[in-house]
Design a binder for this molecule. Structure first.
Ligand code: HEC
Ligand code: HEC
Length: 234
């Protein structure tokens, strides 16, 4: 049972639907874009406003606030390369597709494809970085293509955000290799918790594998109304 909660880290696997996946120039540009408020209509909000690096890439709020308050909590941005679905409702099946949603969402960054294309073409620094990454001058690209490429460049950066190994990973590996010293180094309280987690707590039914998740959807008893009378389908 314990062995099934690893190995960590996973080998990074490039996203076949994103031509910038693993590209160092795109990763560096994606980090800049992630923190760039020029991707929002009012010029005040970036991805990092809700996915704050110092807070584990979330915002510490019950519900995120962009241009307006959204119905949902901002998930941490980490270890995303192995997920099948993104968003609480699984609305996107690619990381780059999910990265476009907040740019266009009226309550989040509230921009349009035309706004993003105009920024990329008109702002000298962005135009230079865009051309360096895509080999195409943004002035010669349709707005929709620029928006898609922006999502893909943002995704290339987010793919690099991975959590480090934990003491649990050391314990799991020690168990497999029969390393008695390594086994003894794991605290007793953690061992008791792990026993419940994989045993009578039945947590491992849903939380297993290297990411501690089966990546599926479950009703775990949280009410599904965003507010009285309005259902949140996610
Ligand atoms: C207003 C706050 C806000 C902003 C700004 C924002 N996000 Fe999010 N983000 C959220 C919320 C809330 C969710 C959950 C969405 C859902 O379930 O509908 C989310 C979900 C995500 C996810 C899915 C993670 C997962 O584990 O499923 C990714 C990836 C993501 N955001 C990337 C970005 C990027 C890239 C940007 C900038 C272009 C951005 N976000 C801007 C609040 C925000
Ligand atoms: C039926 C499947 C299922 C079982 C069993 C289960 N969980 Fe979960 N767990 C979920 C789902 C789905 C979520 C995310 C949904 C949410 O947060 O609204 C979640 C979220 C969590 C989170 C929050 C993770 C985060 O990133 O915010 C923790 C911690 C957690 N579970 C611990 C446990 C523990 C401990 C047990 C055993 C006592 C357990 N879970 C049993 C399905 C399950």
């Amino acid at each position: 049972m314990i062995r099934a909660h690893g190995p960590w880290p996973l080998k990074p696997s490039p996203d076949p639907s994103n031509r910038f996946s693993g590209n160092q120039t795109a990763i560096a540009f994606g980090k800049e874009l992630f923190e760039d408020p020029r991707l929002s209509r009012d010029g005040n909000l970036s991805c990092a406003s809700c996915h704050v690096p110092e807070l584990g890439f979330t915002d510490g709020l019950k519900r995120s606030t962009g241009i307006g308050e959204v119905d949902r909590n901002a998930p941490a941005i980490a270890n995303l390369t192995s997920l099948r679905w993104f968003g609480w409702d699984g609305r996107s099946d690619t990381l780059w597709g999910q990265s476009i949603h907040p740019i266009l969402n009226d309550l989040e960054m509230a921009a349009t494809a035309a706004d993003i294309a105009a920024q990329m073409a008109d702002q000298e620094d962005l135009a230079a970085r865009y051309e360096q990454t895509t080999k195409i001058n943004p002035a010669d690209e349709p707005s929709e293509t620029i928006l898609v490429n922006t999502g893909k460049i943002l995704a290339a950066y987010q793919e690099t955000l991975r959590t480090p190994r934990t003491r649990f990973d050391d314990y799991r590996d020690a168990l497999i290799s029969g390393d008695i010293v390594g086994l003894a180094a794991y605290p007793d309280a953690a061992k008791r918790g792990l026993k419940i987690f994989t045993g009578k707590g039945k947590c491992s039914i849903c939380h297993f594998g290297p990411l501690f998740t089966n990546g599926e959807f479950h009703s775990i008893g949280i009410k599904h109304f965003a507010e009285a009378g309005r259902v949140d389908t996610g």
